[in-house]
Design a protein around this ligand. Structure first.
Ligand code: SF4
Ligand code: SF4
Length: 727
């Protein structure tokens, strides 16, 4: 194995094993090093590349827990060969095998990985990033197939409020989407709303069977997303559930904290009806004054009162009557109170609530709204689409300014904020007092935090800390047995979907406590809820298709005094189908790269995956195999999930990646028995790699059975003539 004429791959990276300790997975690091060398080694001679691909495949199989001790023997044998090939990675592989043998053995035995990252088939990134852990690829595939009821059933396994989330969720799942850096993340959020609206138009969601009655009664304080979610899952378990809500209407922050142009009351009400219909009572206008009295009526209690009060920061002049709290302002507006502001309003804050306040102010009399945040524009906590909405409404953004004082004459003064956090990432703003900004204002609205009215806990033993309820982190039980807490009142102000997660976790814990059962250790983890056949999507379309734009009403139609018309029109059937088609089905293709390694090991090189920032491989190039794949099926032999398949039908062989046909070619017929055998490309590929005398035997075009049976007979012209391509 001479290296004289071959390009060699020298690793420019620091030694991957240099700073390894017992918490670092050496097998994963070695696989990364092999992949990187393979990825950079397009120009290597075919035999070298084949050995590299083999080492990569073997190591990947070990990370997946699909290996035997023979894998280690084979890898050890490759070390001197790769070294002779001039590859630096041989040294990494050799040292890893020699110095960290325990780790390799533990992986082979499927026992443990020091980082806990190997030995599992990773969930789709969107699925694991969604705080509610909705099985996103499955529900979207159902919707793409036209089965919106099945889509809703999948969503509601993890989130009982698909319409609400489909309209207001900031969609952290989309930031994790594998298409994000390619042509834009899949537009997941409105897909839930589309499925929900289709079901509601038909009369309601499909509801799961309730478990047999348990005789246990649970009282829930608060009808926001955490309370509703806990109620739903507890009811499914057969418990009797009552929700008590202090406000006039149900919904908590969904009703009183989110403006109606995003979540109209009638839509929220329709979703609430889908909760009530299970026999969950929601009593509104009932304020709980003393927890102890309330507790006495139930077997367990869940506190989900949210953060319904604005927090004020100590600021010179902040006690003037025209300085308002953001959440207070939103609640008063949504309660129908005649709140008037403007014409000039300054909103202090850079989060989603600040945007809601700014856009609501424009509908309550303001004509000139400024939003001032400590954070620079790219650090603002508001979601990008919220900031886009603010700009579309002509809200003036002033990022990087901290409030200094509010002047009685009607102005807010800010000082420049050079930095919000210190080197350790702690909140420690540093200001430049010489650089000031003065904005005139009729009102200053502070959207810088929210708190909870905890007066009802007085006299109870429920512990609080910094204004939030303290719970056991696993069970969400407070310091009082049988009293649980979740949502914003427990974890602080967060998004609706995080409150939904909290409500779901609380339901599991309350059920286990009441039934004296063990707490499900898989709770809070992404669970596959269905196995949905991928959509058939053409390769070109799958490879490149821009994310849909949300159809919206023009600003002129939705902006104006008291105009709370819903801005979004929602995805059309066509757009929803397109988005479902864009999904790369990361639930099926887990991004292990075994197929690519197997194809490269064969010497075909038909497959390429892209490396994403999440250090996960993904198919984005669905067109390369069209000219290169020979249809041999080596990739399908190693794929652990069936993401890549060979389908033979009507005389054709199709190579299919998660529903997309990437190569279609005719099959040849056995010249002796007439069965379909292989593709011409596969035959030619094998022929090109066999010695001349053996290659000649391929002219007989025999299926494996006939080849064995006729092994002794000489090749005849009749056999060759009988080779036909099936049209
Ligand atoms: S491509 Fe589909 S499965 Fe993959 S992360 Fe995006 S939405 Fe999820
Ligand atoms: S079927 Fe195609 S993609 Fe799969 S290993 Fe063979 S040549 Fe490569």
């Amino acid at each position: 194995m001479s290296t004289a004429m071959q390009p060699t791959i020298q690793s420019n990276l620091a030694d991957p094993l240099a700073s390894v300790n017992e918490h670092v997975c050496v097998v994963r690091l070695t696989r990364q090093a092999l992949y990187r060398t393979w990825d950079l080694g397009e120009g290597l001679a075919a035999p070298v590349r084949g050995r590299l691909a083999r080492a990569l495949r073997l190591t990947t199989e070990i990370t997946l827990g699909r290996a035997t001790p023979g894998h280690l023997t084979a890898l050890a044998a490759l070390v001197p060969q790769l070294a002779a090939d001039g590859l630096d990675v041989a040294d990494t592989l050799g040292r890893a095998l020699r110095d960290f043998r325990d780790q390799w053995d533990a992986h082979i035995r499927r026992e443990s990985c020091p980082e806990g990252r190997c030995l599992t088939l990773n969930a789709a990134p969107c699925h694991s990033t969604c705080p509610a852990n909705i099985d996103i690829p499955s529900f979207m595939a159902y919707l793409g197939h036209g089965d919106h009821r099945a889509a809703i059933a999948v969503i509601r396994r993890d989130n009982p409020l698909p319409l609400v989330c489909g309209l207001v969720c900031p969609a952290p799942c989309e930031s994790a989407c594998m298409r994000a850096d390619h042509d834009g993340s899949v537009f997941i959020r409105p897909m839930k709303a589309r499925a929900a609206e289709l079901c509601l138009e038909e009369g309601g969601y499909p509801h799961p069977e309730l478990a047999a009655p348990t005789g246990q009664r649970i009282g829930i304080i608060g009808s926001g997303p955490a309370g509703l979610t806990a109620a739903y899952y507890l009811r499914l378990q057969g418990h009797e559930v009552e929700i008590l809500e202090a406000q006039e209407h149900a919904g908590g922050m969904l009703r009183y904290g989110i403006p109606a142009y995003r979540l109209p009351s009638e839509l929220l009400e329709r979703e609430l009806d889908q909760i009530r219909t299970l026999g969950i009572s929601i009593q509104t206008g009932v304020k709980i004054d003393h927890l102890a009295d309330f507790r006495a009526h139930y077997d367990a209690v869940f506190i989900a009162v949210g953060t319904q009060k604005s927090r004020f920061i100590p600021i010179d002049g902040g006690d003037q009557p025209w300085v308002l709290g953001g959440i207070d302002f939103l609640r008063e507006v949504r309660s129908g109170e005649p709140v008037r502001v403007g014409p000039r309003v300054v909103v202090i804050g850079g989060g989603n609530v600040a945007v809601d306040v700014a856009l609501t102010a424009l509908r309550q009399g303001a004509t000139d709204v400024a939003m001032v945040s400590l954070e620079q524009r790219d650090e603002m906590p508001a979601s990008p689409h919220e900031i886009k909405a603010a700009l579309a409404h002509n809200v003036q953004l002033y990022p990087g300014w901290g409030p200094l004082r509010i002047e009685a004459e009607g102005a807010a003064v800010f000082q420049y904020c050079a930095r919000v956090k210190d080197e350790l990432g702690r909140f420690a703003p540093s200001f430049d007092p010489e650089r000031l900004l003065r904005l005139e204002a009729n009102q200053v609205i502070l959207a810088v935090g929210q708190g909870t009215d905890m007066a009802f806990l007085d006299g109870s033993d429920v512990e609080t800390q910094r204004g939030f309820i303290v719970t056991d982190p696993d069970t969400l039980m407070t310091t009082v047995p049988g009293v649980f807490a979740g949502g914003d009142a427990q974890h602080g102000p967060r998004t609706a979907v995080e409150a939904i997660r909290s409500g779901k976790l609380a339901a599991a814990a309350i059920d286990a406590w009441l039934m004296q059962a063990e707490l499900d250790s898989s709770r809070g983890q992404p669970q596959r809820r269905a196995e949905v056949v991928p959509l058939r999507v053409a390769a070109g379309k799958r490879a490149q298709q821009a994310r849909a734009e949300m159809p919206e009403k023009p600003i002129s139609a939705v902006l104006g005094d008291g105009n709370y018309t819903q801005i979004e029109n929602g995805l059309t059937e066509h757009l929803a189908h397109d988005e479902a088609s864009r999904c790369l089905r990361c639930d099926i293709c887990i991004g292990c790269g075994l197929c690519v390694a197997a194809c490269s090991e064969m010497g075909v090189e038909a497959l390429r995956m892209a490396t994403t920032t999440a250090d996960r491989l993904v198919y984005l190039d669905f067109e390369r195999p069209a000219s290169l794949c020979i249809g041999c099926g080596a990739c399908t032999q190693v794929c652990p999930t069936g993401a890549i398949r060979i389908e033979d039908q009507d005389g054709m062989r199709r190579t299919v990646i998660t529903g997309t046909v990437v190569r279609e070619q005719p099959l040849l017929r056995c010249s002796h028995c007439g069965v379909l055998t292989q593709t011409a490309a596969q035959r030619d590929f094998i022929r090109s790699r066999l010695p001349a005398h053996m290659a000649l035997s391929l002219e007989r075009e025999l299926c494996p059975d006939c080849a064995r049976a006729l092994a002794d007979r000489p090749l005849t012209g009749a056999h060759i003539a009988a080779v036909v391509e099936v049209a």
